[in-house]
Design a protein around this ligand. Sequence first.
Ligand code: NAG
Ligand code: NAG
Ligand code: NAG
Ligand code: NAG
Ligand code: NAG
Ligand code: NAG
Ligand code: NAG
Ligand code: NAG
Ligand code: NAG
Length: 700
Amino acid sequence: MLLLYLISLLLCWMANATTCSQRRKVVQAFNVHRNASSDTTPLQVGNGNFAFGVDVTGLQTFKPFGTLSTWGWHNFSLPTTPGQTSVADFTGLDWWTHGRLVNYNQPNPAENDISNWLIQNPQRVNLGNVGFAFGGVKVDESELKQTTQVLDLWTGKITSTFVYQGSSVEVETSADPGADAVGIKVTSDLLSNGKLGIFFDFPYSDRNKFDAPHVGVWNATASHTTEFVHTTDHDAVIKHALDSTTYFMSAKWSGKGTVTGPASGSHRYVLTTPGSKSLELTVAYSPSQQLSQTTYKSMVKASRTWWGTFWNKGAFIDLTGVNNANATELQRRIILSQYLLAVNSASSNPPQESGLVNNGWYGKFHLEMNLWHLLPFARWNHFELLWRSTPNMYRRFLQSSLERAAAQGYKGARWGKMTDPTGRSAPGEINSLLIWQQPHPMYFAETEYRAYPNATTLERWDEVLMATADFMASFAYHNASTGRYDIGPPMYPVSENTNPNATINPAFELAYWRFGLDVAIKWKTRVGKPIPQEWLTVRDNLAPLPVEVDTYVTYEGIPNMWTDNSTTNDHPAMSGIYGLLPPPASGPPLNLTILQNTAAKIKETWALEESYGWDFSMLAMNSLRLGNVDQAIKYLLHPIFQFDDAGYPVGGSRVPTPYFPNSASLLIAMAMMAGGWDGAPGLHFPKGWDVKVDGFTPAM
Ligand SMILES: *[C@@H]1O[C@H](CO)[C@@H](O)[C@H](O)[C@H]1NC(C)=O
Ligand SMILES: *[C@@H]1O[C@H](CO)[C@@H](O)[C@H](O)[C@H]1NC(C)=O
Ligand SMILES: *[C@@H]1O[C@H](CO)[C@@H](O)[C@H](O)[C@H]1NC(C)=O
Ligand SMILES: *[C@@H]1O[C@H](CO)[C@@H](O)[C@H](O)[C@H]1NC(C)=O
Ligand SMILES: *[C@@H]1O[C@H](CO)[C@@H](O)[C@H](O)[C@H]1NC(C)=O
Ligand SMILES: *[C@@H]1O[C@H](CO)[C@@H](O)[C@H](O)[C@H]1NC(C)=O
Ligand SMILES: *[C@@H]1O[C@H](CO)[C@@H](O)[C@H](O)[C@H]1NC(C)=O
Ligand SMILES: *[C@@H]1O[C@H](CO)[C@@H](O)[C@H](O)[C@H]1NC(C)=O
Ligand SMILES: *[C@@H]1O[C@H](CO)[C@@H](O)[C@H](O)[C@H]1NC(C)=O
């Protein structure tokens, strides 16, 4: 043991840039301290597939923050409207598409009820709340004195203390790194005299598109049921049934105790453990009735090991040698973002925009956001977290995506948009017409191949890339008068604010189609299989990028690009062609003058105060490639691009908080600053910044 320890110290010491003890110092300098509950964000412990959000008590005592999982979902009952009582009754809408009628998965006014049902169902379930019960007395947060709380990022543990009626309470909260379970330790005299217990509560689902900051309703008690299925003096299992969704909560505690309940008109149960001043409790949630679970002590140990390995293994940026408030703020954001993405996004399903904090878009995930969410795991050398979902989720959704394309008369697989774990894409005009999620598999595959250029990588992506490229080639429309292949109409570009029937050849999608087909073509060469002629024909005859007044514009023929403020808002995706995407590997090169002009026009005219999310990171990456590091830093610290005291990305006027694509995109941009890109590898930080980086490879 000692020998192993010494070897690991030696390895740390040999790693030239950031030693393990230095990493620990940097990480823990950004431990989160609170002394009151936030109205908007919890502190969380979790593991990517499960997270437990807490208020200032270290539990969910005053604020019912979420206990969210990858597997917990619920359907409301289907409508009873005649003709709209089953999923099969939904028929969508037909739109003209290059001279033929194509059926799109859009809400049909004649089928309002089933359309809405398909949008609102299933929703992600808040599995339950665990909080302090004060011996039957209703207590307000203001009655707690000397509240302190710290989230230790290095061990994944939250320690909270407070004084209630003169007695101190200490609470430690950790999550199991490998199970849907939380471990809680409470130390207080109040436990032994029965003035302090633990409650378990279970909400019903809500129909809100944005169910934030809290998920569920607690007063619809008649709509769902809870019951004991097992109880002894050291454990209890409660079954929760919401319509056809059923799952179990299993609690185990040290010493002897009793769970009673539910209190009338509620689904609240209370655990009391008189006779001891200390309580160790584990609470696990599972769709199956599972009684065995790890002890509190082994859970805490596993959490410490998992997080220690996480921080030591991945890539690292140390800005603490830079004496500048901007560097300190960036350091804070990248440390907290790494913690939050591992807790909220490292799941076996694609992550949702608000992770496992609360529900945005009913808790569903958006496949066009997937690249932002998951790419940081690759760029920061945590492929093990990327591989939890990717590429297997593309394989899981392949059959339904092949069917979606075939029903519309296309070859290959058309990936869905706002998706639930079955792979079904929710009806919506934008949902059905957005296309920039299509080439994402190529981006993931190529990124993975650069890190692991071997047969395993080639094999596991081949089928998905083939089906994706087949769709992309078949979707491009051969324009007989120009001889070019056009993209759209109808379609929505990244910015979702154009007329879909007029949108043709958008800059970002054209560039991304070329990138995707280039990767697919290279892939076929690598696996030694023939390249489908159609891929080559389409790639080599793609319409040129739209240019007006010496700038790249949103789409070909867009009226008044830079003079009409209705076009200079939403996502400035043309900056992504030389930010998120590498320069083209085929076809005409990008024109640097036009790129510079475009960046300048965006800076001058864009309604950035209405922008949100990853716009700032995308603009920062564009600035980096154009050689303007200071502008990149300005974008990353733009006043609208906000992260709260615990690092949660603030959503703003159009999306709820948290909006994790912000955190993820920040990490992608920072990886580019730390690793450079092909042709310009190495560091790209402002002059005079003494930065240490470790473990980055150049971006594409
Ligand atoms: C609580 O935290 C806030 C913000 O960090 C701080 O300004 C305040 O002084 C703290 N209050 C106490 C009583 O510690
Ligand atoms: C919700 O209903 C859909 C459509 O019948 C079904 O595919 C899905 O599995 C259901 N999900 C849950 C959680 O019940
Ligand atoms: C687009 O065209 C379809 C007919 O193909 C029409 O039903 C739809 O309303 C049009 N959409 C817009 C936004 O103009
Ligand atoms: C639950 O509370 C909400 C908000 O106060 C209220 O609108 C709703 O009618 C209540 N529902 C029930 C079933 O009591
Ligand atoms: C390819 O690399 C991955 C990651 O290191 C490894 O798991 C896999 O075994 C490798 N495959 C081959 C064929 O070497
Ligand atoms: C062919 O391309 C031209 C130029 O982009 C465009 O005006 C025309 O509408 C396209 N034709 C069809 C049938 O889409
Ligand atoms: C780039 O675009 C500018 C502005 O339109 C033009 O003057 C220049 O010739 C172009 N450069 C190349 C290499 O095409
Ligand atoms: C565009 O400008 C008009 C007139 O100045 C203004 O009323 C409107 O709010 C602006 N719209 C946007 C999206 O900024
Ligand atoms: C920090 O960044 C802001 C905006 O990008 C800039 O105005 C300011 O000068 C920078 N501060 C320091 C100390 O470099």
